[in-house]
Ligand binder design. Structure first.
Ligand SMILES: CNc1ccc(C(=O)O)c(C(=O)O)c1
Length: 464
């Protein structure tokens, strides 16, 4: 029975997609026993005997993080890659003083308003290297009662002879090394060498990363939405298959997107996401775009969540930004995850997909740190000759052909369907079809008081 299984067994049984959600306190056991992991699970000895680890993230609670490791691993070398500058960096350094085994690497953020948003783990075991790409900050609240996404790689074995490349058909290793190289950080060199030294032929996802910069020429399509456009135009769906398949974006924060939908959202971002095989040209002017559905928590999704209004603390959409883009609201759908038992677990996860009208198939799926913002996905400048990105982001793209499917793969948010299905079925974090906002509801704004209706705990929301 499930309570006797180790975390490694959980991971083993939820293949080949290896896409998990975080365990959520106070939901029914069945929704935490299949396809869900805690940080302790991920770091447990059953997953591998650790020698060293590295965490890329935005927020760190070091005391708590160390306690998620098994006793035997709490003194092992740990590198934390962060984006904190000034006073925040001093705080990181002060915290790290208490932990001689922890060292810090600051990611350069030379473009204003950029953040080090990427959430990734390198876990070096006695037997090989595992990579985890996820959406949760390294603070207890992010792993308590929210919906977060976690992609878990297999253990990549050491390369036996140095002549082997150890690259996968998806270019995973090359793209990950290109991402790391962008930090130009000496402290990452040991981990770049570890990645070089392991056989990653089993990696079955593509890397979609963003690094700060004004990317031009051969670098222009290495990052953000243009990287996605490039992969989809080379390996994406046939245009005829997905003609009326909608796009879904799902995220926990939104940037300033301009005066109307055509300023960036449809003309640039959605155009890249709707790219198909061999049609990067057709996505030029005039090609019609698919329906765009944006899942973003409504005020009531937050009010009635397990955390009540406080759950909105990690959904930082400001009324100041929202008031400049009322044109966005008609695209919104509610957060609904009955199949995964997580309708009341505030979504901090970010995912993007293109699915069939009946919601049973997908042409591709992305889990990433990237919210709906130009800072994360990039904005074209200088007549489209450069892509300006402000932040570090990282995600993985699932394509049908990497999992033995020709054109699309079955999807479901119903855990019972997923485990019993004849054919490998991708575990969606939310329900399809999506659900529009009900009359009288509105998008969640972190900086607007809510005193009309009490939350799960009978409280109001008076923003800090
Ligand atoms: C300005 N800083 C952040 C804004 C949004 C998010 C999010 O993921 O929604 C995060 C984060 O949690 O990393 C940080």
């Amino acid at each position: 029975s499930s309570q006797l299984r180790s975390p490694a067994d959980f991971v083993e049984t939820f293949q080949p997609f290896s896409f998990f959600l975080t365990k959520v306190k106070d939901i029914k056991t069945q929704y935490n026993s299949i396809g869900a992991l805690s940080l302790k699970d991920i770091l447990s000895e059953s997953m591998g005997k650790l020698k060293a680890s590295c965490h890329f993230n935005f927020m760190f609670d070091m005391d708590w993080l160390v306690k998620q490791y098994p006793d035997s691993a709490r003194q092992l070398p740990m590198l934390l890659v962060h984006g904190d500058q000034g006073r925040a960096e001093l705080n990181m350094k002060a915290d790290a003083q208490n932990f001689p085994h922890i060292s810090l690497c600051r990611a350069p953020l030379d473009i204003p308003y950029g953040t080090h948003h990427t959430k990734m783990m390198f876990l070096l075991y006695t037997t090989g290297l595992r990579i985890v790409i996820h959406t949760a900050n390294l603070i207890p609240n992010d792993w308590h009662q929210k919906t977060q996404g976690i992609w878990v790689s297999p253990i990549f074995p050491p390369l036996t002879n140095s002549s082997e490349k150890g690259e996968s058909p998806t270019g995973f290793k090359t793209d990950l090394l290109q991402y790391l190289a962008a930090y130009r950080a000496a402290k990452l060199a040991p981990w770049e060498r570890h990645i070089q030294a392991h056989n990653m032929t089993a990696a079955n996802v593509h890397i979609i990363g963003s690094v700060p910069g004004r990317h031009t020429l051969s670098n222009k399509h290495s990052w953000g939405h243009l990287k996605l456009k490039k992969i989809l135009s080379e390996r994406g769906p046939e245009p005829t298959l997905v003609k009326n398949w909608p796009l879904v974006g799902q995220f926990s924060s939104i940037g300033s997107l301009g005066p109307d939908k055509d300023a960036w959202l449809t003309s640039e971002w959605a155009r890249s996401l709707s790219s198909c095989k061999g049609s990067s040209m057709m996505q030029g002017i005039g090609a019609s775009l698919p329906k765009l559905d944006l899942i973003f928590p409504s005020k009531d999704n937050i009010r009635l969540s397990l955390e009540g209004y406080n759950g909105g603390g990690c959904v930082p959409y400001s009324i100041k930004t929202a008031s400049k883009q009322p044109w966005l609201t008609p695209f919104f759908s509610q957060w609904k995850s009955e199949g995964r038992g997580r309708s009341k677990a505030v979504p901090h996860i970010k995912t993007y997909t293109r699915h069939s009208p009946d919601g049973t198939q997908a042409a591709w799926f992305i889990v990433t740190s990237a919210n709906l913002s130009k800072a994360a996905w990039g904005a074209l400048e200088k007549k489209g000759s450069q892509l300006m990105i402000r932040s570090y982001e990282l995600g993985v793209l699932v394509l049908p052909q990497s999992f033995g499917y020709k054109t699309s793969f079955p999807v479901s948010s119903r855990v019972e369907d997923i485990v019993e299905a004849e054919k490998a079925t991708f575990p969606l974090p939310y329900d399809l079809p999506t659900t529009t906002y009900i009359r009288g509801d509105r998008p969640w704004f972190i900086d607007v008081p809510c005193v009309d209706l009490p939350d799960t705990f009978g409280l109001n929301w008076c923003p800090p």
